[in-house]
Design a protein around this ligand. Structure first.
Ligand SMILES: CCCCCCCCCCCCCCCCCCCCC/C=C/C(=O)SCCNC(=O)CCNC(=O)[C@H](O)C(C)(C)COP(=O)(O)OP(=O)(O)OC[C@H]1O[C@@H](n2cnc3c(N)ncnc32)[C@H](O)[C@@H]1OP(=O)(O)O
Ligand SMILES: Cc1cc2nc3c(=O)[nH]c(=O)nc-3n(C[C@H](O)[C@H](O)[C@H](O)COP(=O)(O)OP(=O)(O)OC[C@H]3O[C@@H](n4cnc5c(N)ncnc54)[C@H](O)[C@@H]3O)c2cc1C
Length: 655
C-alpha cells in the first residue's frame, strides 16, 4: 500500500535531509549509517519478527518470545554488528527485542560492566570472556525487599571464614531477600550480589561478590539458594525480575570482586581508593539514562506527530476539509517542546556517556577525583530526564485522543517502561538530594571565599545577574536559567543553614529544607540540559540542519523559561514574560513544517515502534481495523463466558 498523502506532503515540506539530521542525533554520519544498515539487515530475517503482536501475549509468552529471539540473535551477532561497539549492540537489541525487557538486559547493562569495573585482572580472565560469549547469564542483585535506597542498611551478609577461606552468604530476615533484580527470577545462572562484608565480626559495609546461583547444566538452583520470579509489573514484563535468598551458601574468597577492595587469605581487609567506588555500575547506567530516556520520548513523539499529521478533526478557516490535528496550536504546544527535549536529552546522553568512559579509565589508573562530579551530574540528570520523559510521553498519548489509549498506539507500554526509570538506579527524590549535597557544598565554598575552586558546572553560583536583555537569543535565556538556579540554590542552602544554626540537628534541618533543595537540583540540571543543547547546536556544520535546530532551540528556551516563571519573577517583568510567551508561539509555527521530518530523523523503525498509529506509511485506519480483528477475543463470535454466564443471566431476567 502506498504512503498516506498527508505524510508525503509533510515530508515534502521539510527543509533538511533527515539522514543529515540523524547524523547529528547519533553523533556521526558513520554510526547513523550503521544503524540504518543494521535495521535493513534485520528486516530481512523473518525469525526476528514478532510471532504475533506482543500486546496480545501473556507474560510467559513474552518471556519465551524474548528468549527465542535471543537464541536467534546469537547466530547473527558477528555478522550484524561490530561486537566491540556498545552503541551498535544496543541498537541491535532495541530493534530485535524492543523495550519490554528481556533476560539478557541486566547481563549487558550491569553484570558485564560490573566485572569490567570491579573485577581484578585475574577475575576478568576467569569470568569476563565467559560472560561476553554468553556461556553464562548474569544479573545484578543489590536491592532487597526492605531496602533499595539506603544501601548501608542492606541485610545480606558475606561472612569470611578464615579456616576455609570462604565467604558464607546469608539472608537473615524476610526483608533481606534480594528483590527486583532483572533476569534473576528464571534466567540468570550467575549474579553480582551486593552483601555486607563481615570479617571477625566487623562489618565493612556492602561489597560486590560473584555468585553462582544455578547449576550450569540443569539450571536448577544450587543448594542453599532460594530463587524465583517476583510477578507481573507495570511494564518490563518480558523480563523476569526476581527474588533471592541465601542459607549458609559458601563461595571461595576469590569470588569477592577485588579490583579495588580486597580481603587477603589471612582475613586482612584492604580499603578501596574511594569509599563509593563499589557504586560504579549504578553510575554507568545513570550516565546512559539521558540517552535511553531521550529515545523513549522520541519513540512516543514519532507516533504522536505522525498520527497528528494524518488525523483530521474539526475546521479552521477552510470549511471544505477538516484540518490535521497537528495544525492546532494546542497540539503543537503539547508536542513540540517535547521534541526539543528529546533532542536535548540525547545530546546530554552523549556527553555523560563520554564522561563515564573517561572516568572509568581515570579510576583504573588510580585517579578517583572525578567521581563526585559525575555522581552529582548523573544523579540530577537521571531524575529530571525520567520525570520529563514521563510527562512528555503521557502528553503524546493524550494528543492521540481515544486511539492513544488503545494498546494499538503502544504509547502506554513506552510510558510504563520509561517511568520505571524514575525509580530504578536510585529513586528520583533521593538522587535529587544527592545532587543537592553537592550544590550546598559549592555554596559553602563561596561563603568561605573559595569561589575560584568551583568546577565549571557550578561557577555560575558565584556570579550575579540582575538585568537581562531578551533580544539576544538562547544565551540570554541561559542567563535567565542561571539566575533561577542560583537564586533557588542560595535560598535552599540558606534555609538549611538557618535551621541548623537554630539548634536543629543536621539531619532534621536537611529534611525540613529538602523540598527546596530538590527544586534547586532540578533547576541546576535543567540549566545543564539547556547549555548542552546550545553548545551542541553551535557545533553543527550542515547549515540546513543547524537552521532547524536553532528553531527547535528557540522552542526549547522559550518553553523552559515560561515553565519556570515563578522562579524568575524578580528578574523578568510581566512585559518580558509576555514577550517570551509570544516568541514561543511564533517558534511553534516556525517548527510546524519540519515537525514530521524532525521525528522521522530519529529513524526508529516500525519494527521497533510496534505502533499502528505511528506507522511510517501513515496508513493508520485500515491497519487499526486489521489489528483489532487479530485480537484473541475475535477468534470466535460467541465467547464461552457469554454462553456460561451472560446468557443464563439474561434468560433468568426474562422470567
Ligand atoms: C555484544 C556486546 C553487547 C554490548 C551491550 C552494551 C550494553 C552496555 C550497557 C549500557 C547500559 C544501558 C542502560 C539501559 C537501561 C535500560 C535497562 C535498565 C533496567 C533497570 C536496571 C535497574 C537496576 C537497578 O536499579 S540496580 C539498583 C540501583 N540502586 C540504587 O541506585 C540505590 C540508590 N542509592 C544509592 O545510590 C546510595 O545509597 C546513595 C547514593 C543514595 C547514598 O549512599 P550512601 O552510601 O548512604 O552515601 P551518603 O552518605 O548519602 O553519601 C556519602 C558521600 O558519598 C557520595 N557518593 C554517593 N554515591 C556516590 C558515587 N556513586 N560516586 C561518588 N560519590 C558518591 C555522596 O555524594 C556523599 O558525598 P559527600 O556529600 O561529599 O559526603
Ligand atoms: C523496573 C525495575 C528494575 C529494577 N532492577 C533492579 C536490578 O536489576 N537490580 C537491583 O538490585 N534493583 C533493581 N531495582 C530496584 C530499584 O533499584 C529500587 O527499587 C530503587 O533503587 C528504589 O529503592 P526502593 O525500592 O527501596 O524505594 P524506597 O527508598 O523505599 O522509596 C519509597 C519512597 O521513599 C522515599 N525516600 C527513601 N529514602 C529517602 C531519603 N533518604 N530522603 C527522602 N526520601 C526518601 C523515596 O523518595 C520514595 O518516595 C529495579 C526496580 C525497578 C522498578
Amino acid at each position: 500500500m502506498s504512503e498516506n498523502p498527508d505524510l508525503t506532503n509533510e515530508r515534502a515540506s521539510g527543509t533538511f535531509e533527515t539522514n543529515a539530521m540523524a547524523a547529528v542525533i547519533y553523533g556521526s554520519e558513520k554510526f547513523a549509517q550503521r544503524r540504518r544498515e543494521i535495521t535493513e539487515a534485520i528486516s530481512k530475517i523473518p525469525e526476528f519478527q514478532d510471532s504475533h503482536p506482543l500486546v496480545f501475549m501473556s507474560r510467559e509468552e513474552k518471556i519465551s518470545e524474548a528468549c527465542r529471539k535471543l537464541a536467534v540473535l546469537s547466530n547473527y551477532w558477528n555478522s550484524l554488528i561490530d561486537t566491540s561497539d556498545e552503541e551498535e549492540a544496543l541498537h541491535l537489541y532495541r530493534e530485535v527485542l524492543g523495550l519490554e525487557g528481556h533476560p539478557l538486559a541486566l547481563h549487558e547493562t550491569m553484570f558485564i560492566p560490573s566485572l569490567i569495573a570491579q573485577a581484578s585482572d585475574e577475575q576478568q580472565e576467569k569470568w569476563l570472556g565467559r560472560a561476553q560469549r554468553r556461556e553464562i547469564i548474569g544479573c545484578y542483585a543489590q536491592t532487597e525487599m526492605g531496602h533499595g535506597t539506603n544501601l548501608r542498611a542492606l541485610e545480606t551478609t558475606a561472612t569470611f571464614d578464615i579456616s576455609t577461606r570462604e565467604f558464607i552468604l546469608n539472608s537473615p530476615t524476610i526483608t533481606s531477600l534480594k528483590w527486583w533484580p532483572g533476569a534473576l527470577g528464571k534466567s540468570a545462572n550467575w549474579s553480582i550480589v551486593i552483601a555486607n562484608l563481615i570479617i571477625k565480626e566487623h562489618n565493612y559495609g556492602p561489597h560486590p561478590f560473584m555468585v553462582q546461583l544455578r547449576d550450569e547444566k540443569s539450571h536448577e538452583p544450587l543448594p542453599g539458594i532460594t530463587v524465583g520470579d517476583i510477578g507481573p509489573k507495570m511494564a518490563f514484563n518480558g523480563a523476569d525480575n526476581g527474588f533471592l535468598g541465601f542459607k549458609n551458601y559458601r563461595i571461595p574468597r576469590e569470588n569477592m570482586l577485588m579490583r579495588h577492595s580486597k580481603v587477603t587469605s589471612d582475613g586482612s581487609y584492604i580499603k578501596p581508593p574511594h569509599a563509593k567506588i563499589g557504586y560504579s555500575s549504578m553510575v554507568k547506567v545513570r550516565s546512559r539514562m539521558a540517552m535511553d530516556q531521550g529515545l523513549f520520548l522520541a519513540s512516543a513523539l514519532v507516533i504522536a506527530v505522525r498520527y497528528s499529521a494524518v488525523r483530521r478533526q474539526g475546521y479552521l478557516e477552510d470549511k471544505s476539509r477538516e484540518v490535521k490535528v497537528l495544525d492546532y496550536q494546542t497540539q503543537q504546544h503539547r508536542l513540540f517542546p517535547s521534541i526539543a527535549r528529546a533532542y536535548a536529552f540525547i545530546f546530554c546522553g552523549f556527553e555523560t556517556i563520554r564522561l563515564y568512559d573517561q572516568l572509568l579509565i581515570d579510576v583504573q589508573n588510580g585517579n578517583t577525583s572525578g567521581m563526585a562530579d559525575l555522581h552529582a551530574l548523573t544523579s540530577g540528570l537521571k531524575s529530571v530526564v525520567t520525570y520529563q520523559t514521563g510527562e512528555g510521553i503521557e502528553q503524546a498519548r493524550m494528543a492521540c485522543g481515544g486511539h492513544g489509549y488503545s494498546m494499538a498506539s503502544y504509547i502506554s507500554e513506552i510510558y510504563g517502561v520509561a517511568i520505571g526509570g524514575c525509580t530504578y538506579e536510585g529513586e528520583n527524590m533521593v538522587m535529587l538530594l544527592q545532587l543537592a549535597r553537592y550544590l550546598v557544598k559549592s555554596i559553602e565554598m563561596i561563603q568561605n571565599g573559595k569561589s575560584r575552586e568551583l568546577g565549571p558546572m557550578v561557577a555560575y553560583l558565584a556570579e550575579n545577574e540582575s538585568e537581562i536583555d531578551l533580544n539576544l537569543g538562547p544565551n540570554e535565556y541561559l542567563k535567565v536559567f542561571e539566575y533561577a538556579a542560583r537564586n533557588q540554590t542560595w535560598r535552599a542552602t540558606e534555609k538549611f543553614q538557618k535551621l541548623r544554626n537554630s539548634g536543629m540537628s543536621n539531619e532534621e534541618a536537611w529534611n525540613q529544607a529538602s523540598v527546596e533543595l530538590t527544586r534547586a537540583s532540578r533547576l541546576h540540571t535543567r540549566l545543564y540540559i539547556m547549555s548542552t543543547f546550545i553548545n551542541h547546536v553551535g557545533s553543527i556544520v550542515d547549515q540546513k540542519v543547524k537552521g532547524v535546530l536553532i528553531d527547535l532551540l528557540n522552542v526549547h528556551v522559550t518553553y523552559e523559561v515560561m515553565d519556570i516563571g515563578i522562579y524568575v519573577q524578580g528578574l523578568l517583568s510581566s512585559n518580558q514574560m509576555d514577550l517570551i510567551r509570544n516568541q514561543l508561539y511564533v517558534s511553534l509555527e516556525t517548527i510546524r513544517p519540519n515537525a514530521v521530518s524532525l521525528v522521522d530523523s530519529f529513524q526508529i523503525s516500525d519494527m521497533q515502534l510496534r505502533s499502528v498509529l505511528g506507522r511510517r506509511d501513515g496508513n493508520v485506519y485500515e491497519n487499526l481495523f486489521k489489528w483489532a480483528k487479530s485480537s484473541p477475543l475475535n477468534k470466535t463470535d460467541v465467547l464461552p463466558s457469554v454462553t456460561q454466564y451472560l446468557k443464563p443471566m439474561m434468560e433468568k431476567s426474562k422470567l
